[in-house]
Write a protein that binds this ligand. Structure first.
Ligand code: AHM
Ligand code: MG
Length: 307
């Protein structure tokens, strides 16, 4: 691996270590992540996703190999005014609606090669140099892929990420699916058909029993799927259709798609590979269906059947 790419990922990892430290004591500091929160001194607090974004900017500014930051928290791409050959696209704190209840949240990131003189950020996911996420749960995990395999590191007591699983594979078959079923009335026919088969269990066409798991925090749901299989779905539905979907292409769908594919799984919009979608906008949204290859293939078959 190019030393500058390794160094850029080390910079992102350092930002994640600092975010983990902030999150660990956030309720004591009055940083619940809710707008309008106050700390014990009665001072207004910034939301934790803004704090996490500031931490990212601070770390990235220290590495002149990184010239651009695209962040969910920034309307425009932030140009660092250096000649760095890399851009980082990130969601500094995904799943922040879970912060006040101490459920796993995460940081998602993607590394792109750019020409600093003429940077092109709207790159398809196949062009990502690397992607990863940090999961802030009972332990802090850093999951990293350069597109060929997936490694999991765990943050130790000294603030060092230690390799804890290598060449992770998503099991091809699974009996777990993750989707927000409260949105059923908005679903398209393909999503309805797939979920109905799962609910029917061993007596239905799927021929086996399923469980549903939905954390409402993409990093938490995807980490479970990476480690033991399953499928994550935030499909295009009648409510999100006007925006193109719920989740973001550059810093949610593409990095997670790269990781899941590198682990032997699949990532689709339902009608095509996520990583091949040409982005039109840095904050573009997209339907996301990813996880165990057999389950994703079943969903895609339902989309084909719908024409
Ligand atoms: P966010 O980037 O504003 O945190 O939103 C993304 C999150 C994902 O982590 C999660 O999968 C999804 O939104 C949950 O959506 P819902 O509230 O519809 O269950
Ligand atoms: Mg997000």
């Amino acid at each position: 691996m190019a030393p500058k790419l390794a160094g850029s990922i080390a910079t992102v990892a350092a930002a994640c270590v600092e975010i983990a430290a902030v999150l660990r004591v956030a309720p004591i500091a009055g940083q619940t992540g809710l707008a309008g929160a106050t700390n014990v001194q009665g001072e207004a607090q910034k939301e934790l996703d803004v704090i996490s974004n500031d931490i990212f900017i601070k770390h990235l500014r220290q590495n002149t190999d990184i010239s651009i930051l695209v962040s969910e928290e920034l309307d425009e791409a932030l140009h660092m005014q250096n000649q760095g050959a890399y851009a980082i696209a990130c969601d500094p704190l995904d799943g922040s609606s879970n912060l006040d209840v101490n459920v796993t949240v995460g940081t998602i990131f993607s590394v792109l090669a750019v020409d600093p003189a003429n940077p092109e950020l709207l790159q398809a996911g196949t062009r990502q140099l690397a992607a990863g996420y940090a999961a802030y749960g009972p332990s802090t995990s850093l999951v990293l892929s350069f597109g060929k395999s997936v490694s999991v590191f765990t943050l130790d007591a000294n603030g060092v990420f230690v390799l804890s699983a290598d060449a992770v594979r998503v099991p091809a078959a699974s009996g777990e699916y993750a989707i927000n079923t409260a949105r059923e009335r908005f679903w398209d026919a393909a999503t309805r058909a797939y979920v109905a088969e799962n609910v029917a269990g061993e007596t239905g066409p799927a021929g086996k029993r399923y469980n549903m798991r939905w954390i409402g925090s993409m990093v938490g749901d995807i980490h479970r799927i990476l480690m033991r299989g399953g499928i994550f779905m935030y499909p295009l539905d009648s409510e999100t259709a006007a925006k193109g979907g719920r989740l973001r292409l550059l810093y949610e769908a593409n990095p997670m798609g790269l990781i899941i594919e590198a682990a032997g799984g699949a990532a689709t919009t339902g009608r095509g590979r996520i990583l091949e979608v040409p982005p039109q906008d840095i904050h573009q949204r997209i339907p996301v269906i990813l996880g165990s290859a057999d389950e994703v293939a079943r969903v895609e078959a339902h989309y084909r059947a719908q024409g």
